[in-house]
Design a protein around this ligand. Structure first.
Ligand SMILES: [Zn+2]
Length: 502
């Protein structure tokens, strides 16, 4: 499907999120890049192929700035977990994986994303107890096979979860404490050995499959480890991503452990920079937002996941006011449970309406669309995606304006954010190559994939019985303990009503 000669898309309606506008335009593409954009009738080389884009809204591919490829095999597994009990479920939901499972999990998520108009993602990759070359290669192969761009950040941590939440280990009955040892982070030397080797041997074009570093959650990392991650990223020009201020429990725990907020602590360690994206940021306060803005970091909102896990609603307007670059993500299918960036974009905008009775402070459609394209692109460290303009990669989604979502067409940017749900996606092009044509994925045989995925899940369920039983014992204890911790006084409010606290 590789493009061999110039291609001109004629008479489409071009959506420009950066201008909150749509207007008819022709687009000339050559060698995977956009060469020119102009009014209908745009000059094109004699040998250019023409595609009649009349009846389509053309928008830059959506960029999912936070997901987890390993999580897609766990889609639908739970409907009653908080962030902390989801972490306690990890050996059950994400353990015992072979590299082939990593490939299958990643490929179904990538397939879903491109079918739903998303052309690039930031994948925080997990392999327990520590990432390997082979595991990373399996995930990279999945994105290459589907034909989408990705950043792969191996999630790494060296501090045990049950000690990261003050008092949690002591809250466990004696017979469960040995099980908690399974949640220890890996040894710091082993982690840097593995990371250094992965960085040294990374074979991929960084505009297609980029490598990054993903210290999982600051509370799960020692200070030395965080500093080492920053050095490794800086020395090799890599981006970093972490889960920051996702739940109230994390911020309460940070005050107990560091005597300051997570963001203030990361600032003191030198972690904040333009290369850092912070997933979630639900419980950031004004000072945190100012620090992130000052450092040029990006915050990636995942409102679907925040609602599903009961984490709270992030303050997108507050982040915008502070000058923070904002991206949007879906988070993993184990906590979201789809990879629909239209939905993620809509939820991010709507959540802002619940923060303020003053409608003038609500996030408008153009801002949400910019966050899901250019803002997310900043998190990925890919400066040539997120926009349809000369010099950018030809990552273009064709929405069928004959679809009911677009009847009538009154305001393209509003309907893009408020009405579209991916069902009008007709074609998707990445780097000038067709990946989805007439709603069909051209790169992966989904019918052939289904029995492979079902067999993998059946095997994982059979060998994960012990881990499931341990989780069932841990869930009520971890859930109750963290729930009481989340009821401690705090100056930031992100939950509706009294949130169950007395
Ligand atoms: Zn996540």
């Amino acid at each position: 499907m590789t493009q061999t000669r110039p291609l001109v898309l004629r008479n489409g309606l071009l959506l420009r999120p950066e201008e909150s506008d749509a207007s008819p335009a022709d687009i000339l593409i050559d060698d995977g890049r956009i060469v020119a954009v102009g009014p209908p009738g745009l000059a094109a080389p004699d040998d250019a192929e023409t595609f009649d884009a009349a009846g389509y809204l053309l928008h830059p591919g959506l960029v999912n700035a936070h997901t987890h490829g390993y999580g897609h095999l766990s889609r639908g597994l739970t409907d009653d977990v908080t962030l902390e009990t989801l972490i306690a479920a990890a050996p059950w939901s994400s353990g015992n994986r072979r590299h082939e499972d990593t490939y299958l999990s990643t490929v179904i998520g990538a397939a879903e994303m491109v079918l739903k108009g998303c052309t690039a993602c930031y994948d925080m990759f997990l392999e327990l107890p520590a990432p390997t070359d082979e595991g990373m290669a399996a995930a990279a192969r999945a994105y290459e096979t589907v034909g989408m761009r990705a950043v792969l950040a191996p999630m790494v941590s060296d501090y045990p979860f049950f000690q990261a939440i003050p008092g949690l280990l002591d809250a466990l009955p004696a017979d469960l404490r040995p099980q908690a040892r399974g949640f220890a982070g890996a040894e710091i030397g082993l982690l840097f050995d593995r990371l250094s080797r992965i960085v040294r041997d990374w074979p991929h074009d960084r505009e297609r499959i980029a490598l990054a570093i993903g210290p999982t959650i600051p509370l799960l990392c020692t200070d030395d480890f965080l500093r080492g991650c920053v050095r490794l990223a800086e020395d090799n020009g890599l981006t970093m991503q972490t889960h920051l201020s996702e739940s109230k429990v994390q911020e309460v725990a940070a005050r107990k452990r560091y005597g300051r907020s997570l963001t203030a602590h990361l600032d003191a360690l030198g972690v904040l920079s333009p290369s850092l994206s912070a997933a979630h940021g639900v419980w950031l306060d004004d000072d945190d937002m100012a620090r992130l803005a000052g450092a040029g970091a990006t915050v990636v909102l995942n409102v679907g996941s925040n609602m599903r896990l009961g984490s709270g609603l992030p303050d997108m307007r507050g982040l915008m006011d502070a000058g923070v670059t904002i991206g949007i993500g879906t988070d993993a299918s184990s906590c979201s449970d789809n990879q629909n960036m239209y939905e993620a974009m809509r939820l991010a905008a709507y959540a802002s309406h619940l923060h303020d009775t003053d409608y003038r402070r609500w996030v408008r459609s153009g801002s949400a669309a910019q966050a899901a394209t250019l803002g997310s692109a900043a998190a990925l460290g890919m400066p040539r995606i997120g926009r349809i303009a000369p010099g950018y990669h030809a990552d273009i989604v064709f929405l069928d304006l004959g679809h009911i979502h677009w009847l009538p067409l009154r305001n393209a940017i509003n309907q893009f954010v408020q009405a579209e749900d991916a069902t009008a996606v007709r074609h998707v092009m990445i780097g000038g190559d067709w990946v989805v044509r007439d709603r069909a994925l051209l790169t992966v045989d989904l019918a052939a994939l289904k029995p492979q995925v079902e067999a993998a899940v059946a095997r994982l369920d059979a060998i994960g019985q012990t881990e499931r039983e341990i989780f069932r014992k841990l869930q009520p204890i971890v859930g109750a303990y963290c729930s009481s911790l989340a009821c401690e006084g705090h100056h930031v409010h992100r939950l509706a009503g009294h949130a169950g606290c007395a």
